[in-house]
Design a protein around this ligand. Structure first.
Ligand code: PRP
Ligand code: MN
Ligand code: MG
Length: 179
C-alpha cells in the first residue's frame, strides 16, 4: 500500500484556466491557416487538460487519443514507453498537436513524437501543461509549456499517484507524512 501523504495546492484551478486561455491564442495563430488540425491527447494523464484546452481553441479541429504507459503505479519512470492504444485516424499530411500533462524524464513524449513523425504529418507540435526540466533524460522540450515546476511529486488535473487524485481541479504537491 502507499505511504500516507497530504496534498498541498501548487497551481490553482484559476491560474491553470488563465494560462490555458493564453496558450490557446498562441495555438490558434500557429494553426490558423490549416483547417486540418488533429489534437492528440496522451491518455490517461492529459484527459483534463485536453478537455479544457480544446474548448478554448476556436478552430475546426478533430480530437484523437493515444494511450501510453510508463509509470504504471510506480513513482519512477520505467523508461520503457508502451503504446496501449493507438490513434483511430490517419495523420499523414495533417497538422497535429500532441497534448501532454507533464514532461518529466521526457521518455513518453520523445517516444510518441518519434512514432507520430514516422507517419508523415505536415506539421507536428507539442504542448505540455507542466514541465520538470531538472528531471530530463530524453533531449526534448514541448513547443508550449503551461508551467515550469521544480522536482516535486505532483498530482491532480489529470495527474495521478497510484491512479488516484486525477480528479483534483488543481495541481497539488504530494507531501509524505509519518505513520
Ligand atoms: C505520466 C504522465 C506523462 C508521463 C511523463 O504518465 O502523464 O504521460 O508520465 O513522464 P516522463 O516524461 O518521465 O515519461 P503515466 O505513464 O503515469 O500514465 P498515465 O498518463 O496513464 O498516468
Ligand atoms: Mn501520461
Ligand atoms: Mg501516471
Amino acid at each position: 500500500s502507499e505511504r500516507s501523504y497530504e496534498i498541498d495546492q501548487m497551481i490553482s484551478a484559476k491560474a491553470i484556466a488563465a494560462r490555458i486561455e493564453a496558450l490557446a491564442n498562441e495555438i490558434e495563430e500557429e494553426f490558423a491557416d490549416t483547417g486540418k488540425l488533429v489534437v492528440v491527447g496522451l491518455l490517461r494523464g492529459s484527459f483534463v487538460f485536453i478537455a479544457d484546452l480544446v474548448r478554448e481553441i476556436e478552430l475546426p479541429i478533430e480530437v484523437d487519443f493515444v494511450e501510453t504507459s510508463s509509470y504504471g503505479n510506480a513513482m519512477q519512470s520505467s523508461r520503457e514507453v508502451r503504446i496501449l492504444k493507438d490513434l483511430r485516424g490517419d495523420i499523414q499530411g495533417r497538422d497535429v498537436l500532441v497534448v501532454e500533462d507533464i514532461v518529466d524524464t521526457g521518455h513518453t513524449l520523445a517516444h510518441v513524437i518519434t512514432l507520430l513523425q514516422s507517419r508523415q504529418p505536415r506539421k507536428l507540435r507539442t504542448i505540455a501543461l507542466l514541465d520538470k526540466p531538472s528531471r530530463r533524460e530524453a533531449p526534448i522540450k514541448a513547443d508550449w509549456t503551461g508551467f515550469e515546476i521544480p522536482d516535486e511529486f505532483v498530482v491532480g488535473y489529470g495527474i495521478d499517484y497510484a491512479q488516484r487524485n486525477r480528479n483534483l481541479p488543481y495541481i497539488g504537491k504530494v507531501r509524505f507524512t509519518e505513520g
